[in-house]
Design a protein around this ligand. Structure first.
Ligand code: IPM
Ligand code: MG
Length: 359
């Protein structure tokens, strides 16, 4: 069926590695859910091969005018280089984040009951873990001035009060929303390196000020090294973690692994007003690309985040989340997830079909 005139327009960016395989999974799921217009474009290494740059201006424009952007993965050994003059696939992703003003990256980590055994932590330690990493996405060292002068290289890290203020608000608002209807008191853990970095001291001050507007939300400050440790020693005690760009990159991979596989985790990147960008947290996994074994669940869950945060269809988002829970309860596992008794290993397509049937 072709989409109707008012169908939400989604830009689909399959990218590299396993990207095209999991993009196919997203396409099947969206076809099942109904009326969407999907426009597909190149990004990352695929775009470098075609246009010489990781993000073509026309593609950025297409994304700007879309209702939402769904990105699968970028990068691969083919484009790995340390030459600062060569294009890199990641520039496509960073260009989209900056170009669309996507300052707030939400990475929920909710270990799925059927997968507690897949976690590298003991079940009693992981039990009850349900946290959200809110990562600042358009500032800090990722976007500071950088360069090389002879035998020296530098990357500057800067934050303004306004940049910290808005991401702190996203953190507090998220904590409030997560607590709605539930029994627990909302909590924000702000992560910084205020014992060493000036940007972190500014961060801590501003987050403290913003907390004044959210007296119902508990605030704790943790230094990043301590936070990294506590994430594995007491993960269930975290609620919302709000942190700057680089710390968020590192802590979100660490948090993701609590679930046993990076292949499970979705993310949403949101700005003010414009379209959001939705993507799985895992990368392009070039080692397994083209084999039909990639785990499509992080992408299907990213479609759910897109429906919830980008297209105002929370009901459909809930249906996807619970369909994913159910196929895992029934024992289906992709190769990245620990198997064991009562489970059966399946490929990307079969997993996708099972989720669609469970909707
Ligand atoms: C992520 C990724 C990216 C990042 C890379 C691919 C540039 O690791 O989304 O976490 O560092 O932000
Ligand atoms: Mg990362």
């Amino acid at each position: 069926m072709s989409p109707t005139e008012n169908a939400p327009r989604i830009v689909l960016l399959p990218g590299d590695g396993v990207g095209p395989e999991i993009a196919a999974a997203a396409r099947s799921l969206l076809a099942e859910l109904g009326d969407f217009q999907l426009d597909e474009h190149l990004i990352g290494g695929a775009s470098i091969d075609e246009h010489g740059s990781a993000l073509h201006d026309d593609v950025l424009e297409e994304c700007r005018s879309a209702d939402a952007v769904l990105l699968c993965a970028v990068g691969g050994p083919k484009w790995d280089t340390t030459d600062p003059d060569e294009p890199r696939p990641e520039q496509g992703l960073l260009g989209l984040r900056k170009g669309l003003g996507l300052y707030a990256n939400l990475r929920p980590v909710r270990p799925i009951p059927a997968l507690v055994d897949a976690s590298p932590l003991r079940p009693e330690r992981i039990e009850g873990t349900d946290l959200l990493v809110v990562r600042e996405l358009t500032g800090g060292i990722y976007f500071g001035e950088s360069g090389r002068e002879g035998d020296r290289a530098h990357d500057d890290c800067a934050y303004t009060v306004a940049e910290v203020d808005r991401i702190a608000r996203t953190g507090f608002e998220s904590a409030r929303r997560r607590a709605e209807g539930g029994g627990r008191r909302p909590k924000v853990t702000s992560v910084d390196k205020a014992n060493v970095l000036e940007t972190s001291r500014l961060w801590r001050e501003v987050v403290g000020d913003v907390a004044g507007d959210y007296s119902d939300v508990e605030l704790e400050h943790l230094l990043v090294d301590n936070a990294a440790m506590q994430l594995v020693s007491r993960p269930a005690e975290f609620d919302v973690i709000v942190t700057e760009n680089l710390f968020g990159d590192i802590l979100s991979d660490e948090s993701a692994m609590l679930t046993g596989s990076l292949g499970m985790l979705p993310s949403a990147s949101l700005g003010e007003g414009g379209p959001g960008l939705f993507e799985p947290v895992h990368g392009s996994a070039p080692d397994i690309a083209g084999q039909g074994i990639a785990n499509p669940l992080a992408t299907l869950l990213s479609v759910a985040m897109m429906l919830r945060h980008g297209l105002d269809r929370p009901g459909d988002a809930d249906r996807i989340d619970s369909a994913v829970d159910r196929v895992l309860e029934h024992g289906l596992r992709t190769a990245d997830l620990a198997g064991g008794e009562g489970t059966r290993e399946v490929g990307t397509e079969e997993m996708t079909r099972a989720v669609i049937e469970a909707l």
